[in-house]
Every structure is written in C-alpha cells, then in structure tokens.
Design a protein around this ligand. Structure first.
Ligand code: KG4
Ligand code: ZN
Length: 328
C-alpha cells in the first residue's frame, strides 16, 4: 500500500494506491485563492499546503479505509515545482516515513503525469508517445517502459496551459482560464482569425509566444468595443491555433518514433477541442479521467512503483528541485 503526496503547485494532494495500481483514495484540495492575483503566488501556496496537508493525508487514509499500519511505502513529489510548496509535501512524507521507519520514494512530477496512464482500471501499456500539457509543462516523450523515457520535444517558452491562461486573461476571463476560454470558444468561429501555430519551429518542440502576441495585436487592432463583440471568435481562433500546434507536434512525434499509440496528460487534456482532434488521428489513444490528468497524488503513487525507494534513514537529507526533470 503506497501513501503518496503531491504539493508541487497549488493543489494539496494525497492518495493511497496499491502496488498493483488500484486507487484506494485520491484526495485533491485545490486552494482556489490565487485567482485574484492572476496566477499562483508561491509563498501563499506554501502556507496553504502547510495548513491543509495533515488533513488531506488523514482524509486519504480514511477514504482508503486503511491506517498507517497498512502503508508499506511513502512517496512524494521531489520536483520540478515551487520550492516552498514541494518542501511541505516532501518533509511531511519524510516525517511519516521516518516515524515508522518506512522506505520513501522521491518522484519526479513529470514521471507522475506519464504514470497516470498506468493506473487501473484501464492501464495503457507502453510503448507509446506521451503528450503532457499543463500549466507548467508541455512535452512529448517516447515511453518504452514504466520508467524508460526519451524526451522528444518541449516548449521553448510558455507551457500550453499557460498560453490558455494568458489568452483567457486578455479576453477578460479569470485564472486559471483554460476551461473558461473553452466555454467561450463554443460560441465562436475557429476560422475567424488566423493565428500562428509556430509551424516553423522544427521537430517536436513547441512555442506559444507567437500566438499570444497575435491575440494581443488582434485585440488592439479591433479596438475595445469590437474586440468585446467578437470575444467568442477570438477565443475559438486562439484555442484552435494552440490545439493545432499541439496536434502537429504529436503527429511529428508519432511519425518520428513510428508508434501508433498516444497518451495524453496534464490539465489541458480536459480540453474538448484537443481531445476531438486527437481522436481523429489514426492512433490508439490513452487519456486518463480528468482528475488523473490534472495534478494529483495517485499519479505520484503510480510512478513510485517504478522508483528505487530509499530505506530509512537514507532519505532524511533529500532535497527538492525547482526545474528540470529526473530521467527526462
Ligand atoms: O495539470 P494542471 O492541473 O496543473 C499544472 O501542473 O499546471 O494544469 C492546469 C492547466 C491550466 O493552465 C488550465 O488553464 C489548463 O490546465 N486547463 C485547460 C482546460 N482545463 C484546464 N486548458 C484548456 N482547456 C480546458 N478545458
Ligand atoms: Zn502537473
């Protein structure tokens, strides 16, 4: 029985997952207090993690109908993410593990997003190409085993979710704005404006700086009143350009690797336009349920199954890391 914690950004998460990948509980407490700042404030996120973490762990154990006596491995996200936020999860995990002299698995957050697809009841088996698109990351990975990956491409500037959020902000929607932008886009024409997809960026790398600037200029050129009248068209065209950019790169990655299986992860996997476009590709698709695509601790537990655990007390001086990815 694995108890896992995930606190890399603004969600305080704990989960209990069996070694076979069956989710016994998956508790996510979204802080929901960062919208007024237009983004996550790291220090506020850390403080809230500190207030919430014990209650979230208790709830995860309770919902799983287990106690710490049943737990055989403790896992936590080590990075990448916000330093203060990560520290709360890792130190909590260390404390729980050391009090029982249990082993601890330090998990990479991006490994976690990939490992979400290995969970029951519908595990997606490697080899496959994984497209992970969240508020903090955008990458394409060739996955050949539970912990065997090769990075095929990543974003050169903003993450896909960040591009959605910044566009949403320009259109006067709240933070995070991806879902709100998708709702607004439903009433708009995706071909009304021609926004760039960074086609020129070679290989499987992404760039969202151009589409963001194009939206900014389109709004400026229309003028306040007209831009407001055409908000739905702007949203639909903007979403379409981001989705096209993602699908183009996914296709390039599939062509390059010769694979016909694609897994999708990260918060942007909730986007219906993206799902629709990927479903039209002639590939076998692995998309976990929404609560396993956004940040959660079940995916960290899933990844922990293939991480070499550290025995007590070897993990006590373990530190977190803000950027980069282990093994990618
Ligand atoms: O994976 P996630 O929950 O957190 C991070 O690790 O960042 O992803 C959150 C991101 C946000 O940028 C949010 O705007 C975006 O996912 N998102 C969406 C949708 N739902 C969430 N983007 C587009 N369409 C959606 N329906
Ligand atoms: Zn994430």
């Amino acid at each position: 029985m694995i108890l896992a914690l995930e606190t890399s950004c603004d969600d305080t998460c704990a989960a209990v997952v069996t070694d076979g990948g069956v989710i016994r509980s998956n508790v996510i407490s979204s802080q929901g207090i960062h919208d007024r700042f237009g983004g996550v404030v790291p220090e506020i996120a850390s403080r809230h993690h500190l207030e919430l973490v014990n209650a979230v762990v208790d709830e995860a154990l309770h919902k799983a109908e287990v106690t710490l006596d049943d737990v055989t491995l403790v896992a936590a996200t080590q990075g990448p993410g916000l330093i203060g936020a990560l520290l709360v999860g890792l130190v909590t995990a260390k404390s729980i593990a050391s009090s029982r002299e249990l082993p601890l698995a330090a998990v990479d957050h991006l490994h976690g997003h990939i490992a979400a697809v290995f969970l029951e009841p519908q595990p997606f088996e490697p080899p496959f190409v994984a497209l992970i698109v969240s508020g903090g990351h955008t990458l394409l990975v060739d996955v050949t085993g539970p912990r065997e990956f090769a990075l095929l491409g990543q974003t050169l500037d903003d993450a896909g979710g960040e591009a959605f959020d910044k566009g949403a902000r320009m259109l006067g929607l709240g933070y995070p704005g991806g879902a709100a932008l998708e709702r607004l886009a439903q009433d708009g024409d995706p071909n009304a404006f021609s926004f760039p997809t960074a086609k020129g960026v070679k290989g499987c790398d992404f760039s969202f700086a151009g589409v963001k600037t194009a939206l900014l200029y389109a709004i400026r050129d229309l003028g306040e009143k007209e831009a407001d009248r055409r908000r739905a068209d702007l949203a639909a065209s903007y979403q379409s350009a981001i989705v096209e950019a993602l699908v183009q790169r996914a296709q390039r990655a599939l062509d390059k690797t010769g694979r016909a299986r694609l897994a999708l992860g990260g918060g942007v996997a909730a986007n219906g336009a993206l799902r629709g476009r990927l479903e039209a590709l002639a590939v076998d698709l692995g998309i976990p349920p929404r609560e396993l695509c956004t940040d959660n601790a079940a995916m960290i537990a899933s990844a922990a199954r293939s991480v070499e655990p550290l025995a007590f007390p070897m993990y006590l001086d373990l530190d977190v890391y803000p950027t980069g990815a282990k093994g990618l």
